[in-house]
Write a protein that binds this ligand. Sequence first.
Ligand SMILES: [Zn+2]
Length: 277
Amino acid sequence: MRILISADMEGATGVTWPDDCEPGNPAWQRCRTMFTSDVNAAIAGFLDGGATSVLVNEAHATMRNLLLEDLDPRAQLLTGRHKDLSMVEGVQHPDVTGVAFVGYHTGAGTEGVLAHTYLANSITGVWVDGVPASEGYLNSLVAAQFGVPVTLVTGDDLTCEDARTYAPSAVTVAVKDCVTRYAAVCRPPAVTSKLIREAAEQAAALARRTEPVTGRTYRVEVEFDAAHLAAAADLVPTVRRTDTRRVEFGADTAYTMIRTFKTVTTVAAAAREADYG
Ligand SMILES: [Zn+2]
């Protein structure tokens, strides 16, 4: 049993504020330890539950946040950015039997600690076939294409609720309860590491490959906070502007869907100005 952990930072223990997860800030340095603690707890739990190997794929910002020197030596870390499948790079390998979303958060335009979808503010909503889609939702579609179930989700309490929309049988752990986008009632790492470890051990029982999803199509709508970002996204082949701040595109596979979405976010981010967006 090989487990892939996709590790994002906004949903990590103790993280509630942009500085907590923006590389280079003193607060980020401090929070890296708690982020690594969450991931280590998941690694230990999956191994307790019978996993034979664990690969951790960093999925936050520059994707260079976890402290390798403190990582459970039984796991391996894929660190750094520019990866084919971004946050779920590795899920395409046929030996992966389950994926875990650790430190995840809710989607753009919804309640939740540091809620967003890819871009911190510029994207105000994403929908797949009309259904609101968080990063967890999008990544679960990619995992499903490769026959890999989502077994564990950790983040704030609203992230756990969101997980029920895309992975109803996944085990969830709320490491904090959302108060506002930048405030939460946090449980200390000594508590959350125990909760995550127990949950991951339970989640290991769900790690069984399923029939890969084929033959479905995906219609994705993306809404921005400014018109020129929709105009920029419209430059991407297959993407069409449908309203002042909205674009949409179709995809025949989740693989194409996530790659097109990533292209849209990259082009939109390049069109963004520092203060005015
Ligand atoms: Zn992130």
